[in-house]
Design a protein around this ligand. Structure first.
Ligand code: GRF
Length: 193
């Protein structure tokens, strides 16, 4: 482990959680460095956000018809060559293979927009609304070899209000995420839980 822990943040889209974490690193509230932001999607808004903050970025595109391990190899290479200690998933839409997770045991962290094990999968916010749930929320967990699964480190509930749409609920959830993710990373990285 580096004296100042080094993070690789993996994204596929907007990157608002990535930005919240990178800001926490920059203002010192999270004693870590964003070593690189990696995206499978070359057009991710989060790549532009990272570059604006002066953070190194890498695009690791997935090729169709190629085994997932092969698609992950460039990501593993980025992580290794940059001396990364922790891999932080922040809206990374590809499922990582068991062999990737075994390469970095206990060192891959994810945020998911529901109270797991409720509403796993890529449409957690939509699914909670469609189920007519009274509340949903956010989970931060260590990634194991199953999808949206592994030791839960933090959860926070968000109410679902009458008239909520996917957009209004997503905004409430994002506000929680931007607070909860940097705070929980601090706990995981520095309190050794
Ligand atoms: C977040 O809601 C996160 O929980 C989920 O993907 C979304 C990413 O949003 N895994 P953003 O790209 O950080 O804005």
């Amino acid at each position: 482990m580096n004296a100042t822990p080094r993070l690789a943040i993996l994204i596929s889209g907007t990157g608002s959680n990535m930005e919240a974490i990178a800001r926490a690193c920059r203002d010192g509230s999270l004693d870590a460095k964003t070593a690189v932001v990696i995206s499978d999607n070359p057009n991710a808004e989060g790549l532009r956000r990272a570059r604006r903050m002066g953070i190194d970025t890498a695009v690791c595109r997935y090729r169709r018809g190629v085994p997932r391990e092969e698609n992950e190899a460039p990501i593993v290479e980025e992580i290794r060559s940059r001396g990364v200690d922790w891999i932080v998933l922040a809206g990374f839409m590809k499922v990582l293979t068991p062999s990737f997770v075994r390469e970095f045991p206990g060192r891959v962290i994810n945020i998911h927009p529901s109270i797991l094990p409720a509403f796993p999968g890529a449409h957690a916010i939509r699914d909670a609304l469609a189920a007519g749930a009274d509340f949903t929320g956010v989970t931060v967990h260590i990634v194991d070899e199953l999808v949206d699964h592994g030791p839960i480190i933090a959860q926070e509930e968000a109410s679902i209000l009458p008239g909520d749409t996917e957009e209004t609920l997503a905004a409430r959830i994002h506000a929680i995420e931007h607070r909860l993710y940097p705070r929980t990373l601090r706990q995981i990285i520095h309190e050794d839980i």
